[in-house]
Write a protein that binds this ligand. Sequence first.
Ligand SMILES: C[S@@+](CC[C@H](N)C(=O)[O-])C[C@H]1O[C@@H](n2cnc3c(N)ncnc32)[C@H](O)[C@@H]1O
Length: 243
Amino acid sequence: MAAPLRASRQRRTIDEVPFWYHSIDLGGGLVTPGFKSPESMQAHLSALQLPDLADKTVLDVGAWDGFYAFEAERRGARRVVALDAYEWAGTPPGWEGRREQLPPKWLGFEVAHDLLGSSVECVVADFTTTDPADLGRFDVVIFSGVLYHLQDPLGALRRLARVAREVALVETAAIHAGVLEDRALCEFYEGGELNGDPTNWWAPNGTALAAMCRAAGFGRVELLDYPPAAPTPQYRLVAHAFA
Ligand SMILES: C[S@@+](CC[C@H](N)C(=O)[O-])C[C@H]1O[C@@H](n2cnc3c(N)ncnc32)[C@H](O)[C@@H]1O
């Protein structure tokens, strides 16, 4: 097929996806029209401070459209598994009692996977109920934007500790508790208090995030860019939790 025709077919396929969360560069000038702009994805990526992934095995939990999984593959990871509960069969995690607000079916991962010719493996599963032994262990686990969506964050971190052989990269909404910041505190959201999103349940402060990772079984935790230079009550925080 002639290149311009192929490009226009690919563009149509991309446009047929009802909602893209990630802006993913698919090459040849094609970028998915993500809710998160290319610039914000680059900012998130650099905040995560990915370790050298060459020849590593990587699990991306809550991969959604797969930006981080594809990035890991691009950086030379030997095996990448993207896990999400995106192919909603019943009530997805976090949406109990809120079905009427469900987003459209999320297909972006499959389209990007195809157009990239990717070998990333896909697991459709709820991380909070999947047996970690079934997933196996991975050198690096990416856990970005998921923790605060879970009703039992400590339980999820325990699962994470079981699947992370070297390090887990935990990125989360966080609170800064001001003069109480040295106490391990989490804020609870009954409804949509955090960003109007009723699937958000908890946000830890830095002290709590580090303590929870240790309590979950990680040996050492580094909080990146912490404490924040200009503390705001809510911000994004990244922890590297080492096995
Ligand atoms: C805010 S998005 C973050 C997407 C991506 N990791 C990022 O950082 O850009 C949260 C993702 O986590 C997924 N997720 C939430 N709870 C989950 C669970 N229990 N098991 C698997 N995936 C889950 C959602 O489906 C969604 O794709």
